[in-house]
Design a protein. Structure first.
Length: 647
């Protein structure tokens, strides 16, 4: 059993140039792990507090030397010799260091840095990748799947430059879209949108989260610009992607109204509710995050009741990843989706408890970045390990986001390999069983999927995020709440349409009967398919009609081609000029030889001496003479030819 040998913290910079915490952890077995935690611009009064130096002489008071010293001098000595796989006990030890309700003494950032380092070390000690370690340890999901990405192409509110009201305008690939194609959609739309904004002289810049911050007259203009960008690509709104917004409603209130530039006089609670409903209908919005003030409970409830079956209504500011606040929100039914930010609460034990409570209420999970991010890819593994339906890492033009997207790509390839190896094992076993006699009482079992010697808890992992249906939007990943399909969204074995770059995704080997996809969170379902592999079982030819099946595979059976043998009625072969060789018997000939009267007139004449013998014999018995060689008329009672239809 590996134990913690050393723990060392230091100060680094986040994506906004502000100080944050980096931790190195070494195990006695020699393995090293490191981690870093993000910062946030927004600090809610009910959320856990981060510990900063408050020294105006160092980084404008945002230094974290106090937190670094606390880790190196107080926390590290207590963790030496501890088992890193005992996450709960270590997190409880950390929480005991702070007696305040909001972690003001130790700081949520301090606790988060240490807790993350321990989690990574536990995965290394168990010889599992982090996402698999989370599945094994906490069973928050029973499948391996990639979440759907929420890409923030446009920034506004606190993250913009005073140009737009909403904090993030999101592009959400449809659930049937493969992960790699999802990245292509974001990249294509972002590049095209940038050119359009430049041509329109929209004075765009880049916001704190990496999205564009154009100067537009109305918030709805953002959707119009993105739609225009989509027209210049092969992607179509409400088929290949959808829209979402992070309203950041806490920043919109002024004099008891929601101030949004789309209306000069501001919006009442009822008017804002109607405004959102209009957006949902007109622009295919399927995701609303923090649409109302925390205290505006009635609007939350009404909005959830009206749109919750088709739209994700995500809660962030109200819950702050706090298990107690999450429990209150689920009881009040003020949403259907939880935004999770591990560094927002402190320890991972608390974060996982918040996820567990949300899951019990049937909510979906969004694992989200924070304002001042780092290049740590921990969140990618964490999202897969807890079965999150969505991730929100920002656009693909910032290093801190790209690190996480690249890690998801690595996991994608690992899952693809698991599926391929598992399928190969099943096919090999089926082939062996088909070739070897077995006892009637012999029981066969499914093979266990493995990757690099690591057992996967489920025999049939999937690569999309298609969970159990609850309130939904287009999106991934099995038994969890799943985004709903769009009206014309392609699902199941249809896969991605030609417009969504079919050639870029894995293609499953063809088969006579399409395989029924795993029930699915819904990623993305597109599920990345298994690469073609050698199979010893015979394959049907193109001319063979697919066998009838009463099983609903999701695809209508193809009609048999008209030229298929089983669709062609028997046709008599027309007579032709005889060849010099003796005709060969056909399938339609009977075992008994036919009398000479059945032979066509064009057959080869009998030899003279044989003909004379027959003539003399027939004359003796008084029978009629058979037709001569050139005769074309049959006798009065011909024997029917099997190739001719009978009356």
């Amino acid at each position: 059993m590996a134990t913690i040998k050393s723990l060392q913290a230091k100060e680094i910079l986040d994506s906004m140039g502000n100080p944050t915490i980096w931790v190195d952890l070494e195990l006695d077995s020699g393995e090293l792990v490191d981690t870093s935690v993000p910062n946030s611009v927004l600090q809610y009064p009910h959320a856990a507090k981060a510990l900063f130096d408050q020294d105006p002489e160092h980084m404008a008071g945002r230094g974290v030397q106090k937190a670094v010293n606390l880790i190196n001098k107080t926390i590290a000595p207590q963790l030496i010799g501890q088992n890193p796989q005992d996450q709960t006990s270590i997190d409880q030890l950390l929480l005991q260091l702070d007696s305040t309700p909001n972690k003001a003494q130790v700081g949520a950032n301090t606790l988060s840095a240490v807790s993350q380092a321990v989690m990574k070390a536990g995965a290394v000690a168990s010889d599992f990748p982090l996402y698999q370690y989370l599945i094994n340890q906490y069973q928050l999901t029973d499948h391996l799947a990639l979440p759907v990405c929420l890409y923030g192409l446009i920034n506004g509110g606190q993250y913009g430059s005073g140009n737009l009201d909403f904090q993030e305008f999101l592009v959400i690939p449809a659930s049937h879209v493969d992960y790699r194609v999802s990245l292509e959609i974001e990249s294509s739309l972002r590049a095209t949108l940038q050119k359009i904004l430049k041509d329109q002289k929209a004075n765009y810049s880049t916001g704190e989260l990496g999205g564009f911050t154009p100067s537009l007259q109305k918030n709805t203009d953002v959707f119009e610009f993105i739609i225009e960008a989509a027209r210049k690509t092969s992607y179509i709104l409400a088929r290949d992607f959808f829209f979402g917004v992070d309203s950041g409603a806490e920043q919109l209130q002024e004099k008891n109204k929601y101030l949004i530039k789309d209306k000069n006089t501001g919006y009442t609670e009822k008017e804002l509710l109607e405004y959102y409903q209009d957006l949902q209908k007109k622009y295919s919005l399927t995701y609303f995050e923090d649409p109302f003030l925390i205290k505006d409970i009635n609007s939350w409830k009404t909005f959830t009741a009206d749109l919750g079956q088709t739209t994700r209504i995500a809660v962030d500011a109200m819950t702050a990843t706090d298990p107690k606040l999450v429990a209150q929100a689920t009881q009040n039914q003020v949403g259907n989706t939880l935004v999770v930010k591990p560094s927002q609460i402190g320890t991972l034990t608390e974060t996982l408890e918040a996820v567990r409570i949300a899951r019990a209420a049937g909510w979906s999970i969004v694992v989200s970045q924070r304002t001042g991010e780092t290049n740590d890819d921990f969140l990618a593994d964490f999202a897969v390990g807890i079965g999150a339906e969505f991730v929100k890492f920002g656009p693909t033009n910032r290093g801190e986001a790209v690190a996480k997207y690249n890690r998801l790509a690595d996991i994608y390839l690992a899952l693809e390999k698991i599926i391929r190896e598992g399928t190969e094992m099943q096919l090999n076993q089926q082939t062996n069983l088909a070739n070897e006699p077995t006892d009637d009482n012999q029981v066969t079992t499914e093979p266990t999927s493995e990757s690099s010697g690591q057992t996967v808890p489920t025999p049939k992992p999937t690569l999309t995020s298609e969970p159990t249906p609850t309130p939904a939007i287009p999106a991934s990943s099995p038994s969890m709440p799943q985004p709903a399909s769009a009206p014309n969204e392609l699902t199941g074995s249809q896969g991605i349409t030609e417009e969504v770059a079919l050639g870029q995704t894995p293609v499953a080997p063809s088969s006579t009967t399409p395989a029924t996809p795993e029930p699915t969170l819904t990623v993305p379902t597109l599920n990345p398919a298994v690469e073609p592999m050698p199979v010893t079982a015979p394959k049907p030819t193109e001319s063979t009609t697919p066998p009838a099946s009463t099983t609903n595979t999701g695809v209508s059976p193809m009609p048999a081609p008209t030229e298929a043998p089983m669709n062609t009625p028997p046709i008599a072969t027309p007579m032709t000029t005889p060849k010099p060789t003796e005709p060969k018997p056909t399938e339609q000939q009977t075992a008994e030889p036919k009398p000479a009267i059945d032979q066509p007139a064009t057959e080869k004449p009998l030899e003279a001496e044989v003909q004379q013998t027959i003539d003399s014999t027939l004359k003796e018995i008084g029978a009629a003479q058979p037709p001569t060689t050139g005769s074309t008329e049959p006798t009065s009672t011909p024997v029917p030819n099997p190739s001719e239809p009978t009356a």
